[in-house]
Design a protein around this ligand. Structure first.
Ligand code: AMP
Ligand code: ZN
Ligand code: ZN
Length: 300
């Protein structure tokens, strides 16, 4: 029987890459410490900041919201209802149930009244559904955070997400994307500061935290994510992780420590302007979401 290294009680969790056995109580403590250390390492959030957590109803973002609350940060939530049938309704419900536990606010944006639900947008925009969805989510996350007076936006991107993106960008040596891959993006030009405090915690570690703290989260993957290449990258990295625990964390952390500073040196600031229609920051005259809205009106 494995014993918790902290208290000697029966261990409920074993973390192979750290060779660490922990009971439930000490696992929750370990996890929250890990979040706090990441926040400090990258100077993500200060105690006086007003944080908006983008929550999807899944294990990562709800765990993040809970950990931030427990660590004493002031963090409200934002759920974007993408209008993907039953699945979006269930996710919204999970966020609404969660917020009842904490004395916090949950903001909701409904895509069905803002533009059109994702399944219909997918018909109008030729790009893969995940790109359309990503564009729309980033737009509303930033807009809502800024308009409601939050100065930090936090997302639940985890180590599996970040190492898979890094793997993909490295395979094609996409220098521009690699340069932008950092768990903190500063505020400026109409953008609020963006942070990913779970970037060093794996999907499994987040699932364990959610499960052991009794968070009721939704498990479903987005139906449109099927067949996306990021799933393959995750599978291959997980196979490596299985044989060599710690691979993902090493790959990602050492990129941030050794490679990112070199890429940063040759950075050229992108020129940004305000969208002529909605005034949100954009790299072109009319932002991606307004262009999408134009297409919707033309088709109607
Ligand atoms: P994904 O892009 O689905 O991998 O999600 C990455 C992160 O984006 C999540 O951890 C959340 O912080 C955020 N997010 C995803 N979907 C939503 C949503 N519908 N509403 C608000 N935030 C979301
Ligand atoms: Zn213990
Ligand atoms: Zn616009």
């Amino acid at each position: 029987m494995r014993k918790c290294v902290k208290c000697g009680k029966k261990a409920q969790v074993y973390l192979p890459q750290y060779r660490l056995s922990l009971c439930a109580e000490h696992y929750l403590e370990w996890y929250e410490n890990r979040v706090e250390r990441t926040i400090r390492e990258f100077n993500m959030i200060k105690k006086e900041d007003r944080v908006l957590v983008a929550v999807s109803g899944g294990k990562d973002s709800l765990s993040l919201w809970q950990a931030l609350n427990k660590l004493g940060y002031s963090a409200d939530g934002l759920y974007i209802n993408l209008g993907i049938g039953e699945s979006s309704q269930k996710s919204q419900k999970a966020c609404e149930e969660f917020v009842k536990r904490w004395n916090r606010e949950l903001h909701v944006v409904d895509l069905r009244s803002e533009i059109l639900p994702i399944p219909q947008l997918k018909e109008i925009d030729p790009r893969p559904a995940c790109s359309v969805c990503g564009t729309v989510k980033r737009y509303y996350m930033n807009k809502v955070a800024r308009e409601k007076g939050y100065n930090v936006l936090a997302t639940g991107h985890n180590l599996d997400d970040e190492s898979a993106v890094l793997f993909s960008n490295t395979l094609s040596w996409n220098i521009e994307y690699l340069r932008r891959q950092y768990p903190v993006l500063p505020e400026g030009d109409g953008f609020v500061k963006k942070v990913k405090p779970l970037c060093k915690l794996s999907e499994k570690e987040n699932a364990l935290y959610a499960f052991l703290s009794g968070i009721d989260f939704v498990e479903e993957e987005c139906p449109f994510a099927e067949g996306s290449t990021s799933i393959d990258y995750k599978l291959y990295l997980s196979a490596l992780e299985e044989r060599m625990p710690g691979t993902k964390l090493r790959f990602y952390s050492e990129f941030l420590r050794k490679m990112h500073p070199i890429l940063k040196e040759s950075e050229e600031k992108p020129t940004l302007q305000k969208c002529k229609i909605c005034q949100e920051p954009s790299s072109s005259e009319i932002c991606a979401v307004c262009r999408l809205k134009e297409k919707v009106y033309i088709q109607r």
